[in-house]
Design a binder for this molecule. Structure first.
Ligand code: NCD
Length: 311
């Protein structure tokens, strides 16, 4: 891959890298449907989950992915470690290096932390979400899910809706969708729209106006933990204009795909009925997460040479 053993954001990937990851993920999704879901590709490799922020899906999914590839997995959660005693990221990195790990998967509240880690460590670094900056494996699993549902994505329209300002999912996702030839619309109230968006992104403040032309509607969580001040009058008011509910879904194309990275605030950005409707690909996203992260680990850690099932 072009990324030389790291995955910090989707800009690191050329179109052929994207294709290769999605293809490899498809083979792994077949492995995951077998009765024995484990392959020996990364036997003898050690992967560390270094998580400085809460996470359910992403951490579990990386852990399952690494285990399905037969790697050894260490889980490091900031609150249960010396970080609470003030250990710096650099010292933690040096400790991991001294232990001889092969890859570090890092989630951190500060944008750029994975990049610093890459400088200090000579092992594979994978960004599992850094501040409001990037979340490349989420973008890849979203592309995988869209391709499964839509087939060819060239020319399809996706709207990212909601708290775009604070969303690393939207930042990486928009780049990945663009690379796949999609049209990208950003829908949010002015207070939740970043001051600058890339020139290929169309901006709209009216969800109702955008819905009928979407092939994919991607709902984002209101990130209360990242909002220093109130960005809208009330959650009710926000929901009235930007919640994807049954009435709004009725105005969408019949085959529209509804996505959300989780965790969802049911009743805020998405109604419970819509979250559980057949249009929703939200659990498919979670399943795709394991296959895509297996592909990323396999390709970055050079499992190919080891003669795994895909070799
Ligand atoms: C997202 C994250 O943490 O960036 N969730 C995830 O990775 N599944 C989105 C969010 O927290 O809203």
């Amino acid at each position: 891959m072009a990324v030389k053993g790291h995955l910090l954001d989707v800009d690191d990937l050329r179109r052929e890298d994207l294709e290769r990851i999605l293809e490899t993920a498809r083979s792994f999704s077949e492995v995951l449907r077998r009765p024995i879901k484990k392959v020996p590709s990364l036997r003898g490799k050690t992967v560390v989950n270094l998580f400085y922020e809460p996470s359910t899906r992403t951490r579990l999914s990386f852990e399952v992915a690494a285990k399905r590839l037969s790697a050894d997995v260490l889980n490091f959660t900031a609150s249960a470690s010396s970080v609470e005693k003030g250990e710096s990221l650099k010292d933690t990195a040096l400790t991991l290096r001294a232990m001889g790990v092969d890859a570090v998967i890092i989630r951190h509240p500060v944008a750029g932390a994975p990049c610093l880690l890459r400088r200090w460590l000579d092992v594979t670094v994978i960004n599992a979400g850094d501040g409001m900056h990037a979340h490349p494996t989420q973008a890849l699993l979203d592309l995988f899910t869209m391709r499964e549902r839509l087939g060819d994505m060239e020319g399809a329209t996706i709207a990212y809706v909601g708290d775009i300002l604070h969303s690393r999912v939207a930042r990486s996702g928009m780049k990945a969708c663009r690379a796949a030839g999609m049209r990208v619309v950003a829908v949010a109230p002015p207070t939740l729209m970043p001051p600058a968006v890339p020139d290929y992104v169309e901006v709209s403040h009216s969800f109702d106006a955008v819905i009928p032309r979407c092939d994919v509607i991607y709902m984002l969580r209101i990130q209360k933990e990242r909002q220093q001040e109130a960005r809208f009058p009330s959650l009710e008011e926000y929901a009235r204009l930007y919640q994807l509910d049954k009435e709004r879904l009725r105005k969408a194309k019949p085959g529209v795909v509804v996505m959300h990275p989780g965790p969802m605030n049911r009743g805020v950005e998405i109604s419970s009925e819509v979250a559980d409707a057949p249009h929703a690909a939200i659990t498919a996203q979670v399943s795709a997460g394991v296959a895509v992260r297996m592909a990323v680990l396999f390709l970055l850690l050079g499992g190919g040479e080891g003669g795994g099932v895909l070799a």
